[in-house]
Design a binder for this molecule. Structure first.
Ligand code: ATP
Ligand code: MG
Length: 557
């Protein structure tokens, strides 16, 4: 097998560049715009930017791409750092594109002096009309041939705040007939009077993305500037600026496909709308695809990184099933998460021949690892079992509890159902059962076969828990697939959150926010930040099985 067979296309490029002596090690950057919280799509870019640098002995900067003062905020700057660290990465330098405003401004002056930029008084609409189409060339601006002196004077006055927003822009003078529309005299500076979250009122002109990104890369000595495919058409412009400015380094832009996820939206604008309109409790609502939402829900950094790795890297747009993340979480936690018994939908069982005193049974905290120790679980005369673990008229192969049937209570003993008690409407309210005193310890001297084992909790010695059960936030695989006049909000799933009162083992009363468990037979759970002593709140991260159909070869417990 050739050495590169398992390398992705970016690794191949980096290896070529190292082999040819063009670079020693790759230097990359992750450049979020601090106008929202990071989401799982960003996790892909983060793992790629930081991962490539680490793999080849280089480093990665975290750069706040803060060139749009109207939408940016320190709250976002802080959350971005927290999320990148949580994912397990550490940047070499923390930079802000706003740190480069003076240099970028000086480069704009350089272009003006060289006759390669001009101040244009056309309105945004007029500029659009002049731009032409893919089949027709554009029309030159009447301001295109202003003298360098006049341009310098106007640009400086733009920056002093003499003109209204939108009154004038600075444009690069390239080619109005260029087949790539991005090179038809693109706008490179605009007037903004909103104070910037870091530079305040120092500036009244702000560089456009295209006139800031590559320049920032050049200043930082970035070797490979990895970005998503929508910037592919901007690459010629990126290169034009690099070639026409006296930059200290020549970075290279490489595009890869965005990660899209089923049953959710990822654009920050839409996520912000969900928060503002209170469709969710906040950016960290456990149903949100944000990193802080995933963290609160109970996903581990390992599972998110593994998910991103499994999703792979390509040049073609990709949509990945959210169920793959659950699969990665189960793989990660199977051998890690502490086991506890919790009944989510309780049905009381009275064990009529059980003694008055509580009996204690030992349960391993993690059966595959005795070093994790054990706890004693109290068994009493009245217990709760899961309602779905009982059927009055069971089909064949139902191995849980039914009238006359015998089942094993996990860790404890065998019980047989003797009576079904119902209310006036015929709903089952309680069961009676007897236990076999010889089955204490969950085996019998005659090694009697009992097929089913169910979890249970004492009805008198337990901790009540508020458990939040989640389903996808949207009921459509692609929430943006809407009819005319409707919006993605019309695809919100009204059943995405269900809250139940569950009963769990006593020591769960002391579980701390962020602590993760496997509740036996029920799934992976994580204590929520809303949790208080005496009022424990727990999120279901995921079930033990993929309930939408078995995919990815996942096996049930
Ligand atoms: P949005 O459109 O949601 O606002 P954005 O692309 O504007 O997202 P940025 O903060 O500019 O968000 O993104 C920072 C980096 O993360 C960029 O390099 C961007 O290409 C990358 N990125 C953003 N979304 C995704 C995604 N879904 N998959 C992969 N990379 C992404
Ligand atoms: Mg962006």
């Amino acid at each position: 097998m050739p050495e590169n067979a398992s390398k992705n296309f970016i690794e191949e490029i980096v290896e070529e560049n190292i082999a040819s002596g063009l670079i020693k090690t790759p230097i990359t950057r992750f450049p979020p715009e601090p106008n929202g919280y990071l989401h799982i799509g960003h996790a892909k870019a983060i793992c790629l930017d930081f991962g490539i640098a680490k793999e080849y002995g280089g480093y990665c900067n975290l750069r706040m791409d803060d060139t749009n003062p109207t939408k940016e905020d320190v709250e976002y700057v802080d959350s971005i750092q927290e999320d990148v660290r949580w994912l397990g990465w550490e940047w070499k330098n923390l930079y802000y594109a706003s740190d480069y405003y003076q240099q970028i401004y000086d480069w704009a002056i350089h272009l003006i002096r060289e006759g390669k930029a001009f101040v244009c008084d056309l309105s945004a609409d007029e500029i659009r009309w002049h731009r032409g189409t893919l089949t027709e060339p554009g029309k030159e601006s009447p301001y295109r041939n202003r003298s360098a002196e006049e341009n310098l004077d106007l640009f400086e006055r733009m920056n002093k705040g003499e003109f209204a927003e939108g009154a004038r822009v600075l444009r690069a003078k390239i080619d109005m007939a260029h087949p790539n529309l991005n090179l038809r005299d693109p706008v490179i500076y605009r007037i903004v009077h909103t104070p910037h979250h870091r530079t305040g009122n120092t500036w009244h002109v702000y560089p456009m993305y295209d006139f800031a990104h590559g320049q920032s890369d050049a200043i930082e000595g970035i070797t490979h500037s990895l970005c998503t495919l929508e910037f592919e058409d901007h690459r010629p412009l990126y290169n034009w600026f690099i070639e026409n400015l006296p930059v200290p380094h020549k970075p290279r832009q490489i595009e890869f496909a965005r990660l899209n996820i089923t049953y959710t939206v990822m654009s920050k604008r839409k996520l912000l709308q969900l928060v503002k309109d209170k469709h969710v409790s906040g950016w960290d609502d456990p149903r949100m695809p944000t990193i802080c939402g995933l963290r609160r829900r109970g996903y581990t950094p390992e599972s998110v990184r593994e998910f991103v790795a499994k999703a792979g890297l390509s040049k073609r747009p990709q949509t990945v099933d959210l169920a793959l993340l659950d699969f990665c979480l189960r793989q990660d936690l199977e051998e890690k998460a502490t086991r506890r018994m919790v009944v989510l939908d309780p049905l009381k069982v009275v064990i009529t021949n059980f003694p008055e005193e509580t009996e204690l049974y030992e349960g391993q905290n993690l059966p595959s690892d005795p070093a994790r120790g054990s706890r004693m679980v109290p068994l009493t005369r009245e217990i709760y079992i899961e309602r779905e673990d009982f059927m009055e008229n069971p089909p064949k192969k139902f191995f849980r509890l039914y009238p006359g049937g015998e089942v094993r209570l996990r860790y404890a003993c065998y019980i047989t159902c003797t009576e079904v008690i119902k209310d006036a409407e015929g709903n089952i309210t309680e069961l009676r059962a007897t236990f076999d005193p010889l089955s204490r310890g969950a085996t019998t001297p005659d090694n009697r076969k009992v097929k089913g084992t169910i979890h249970w909790v004492s009805a008198t010695e337990n901790t009540p828990l508020e458990v939040r059960l989640y389903d996808p936030l949207f009921s459509k695989e692609n929430p943006d697939d809407v009819e005319e006049g409707k919006s993605f909000l019309d695809n919100l799933n009204p059943e995405s959150l269900k809250v139940v009162t569950a009963y769990g083992e006593n020591d769960l009363a002391h579980a701390q926010p962020g602590e993760r468990f496997q509740f036996e037979r029920k799934g992976y759970f994580c204590v929520d930040k809303d949790s208080r002593p005496g009022a424990v709140v727990i999120n279901r991260t995921t079930t033990l099985r993929d309930v939408w159909g078995k995919r990815f070869g996942d096996k049930a417990e």
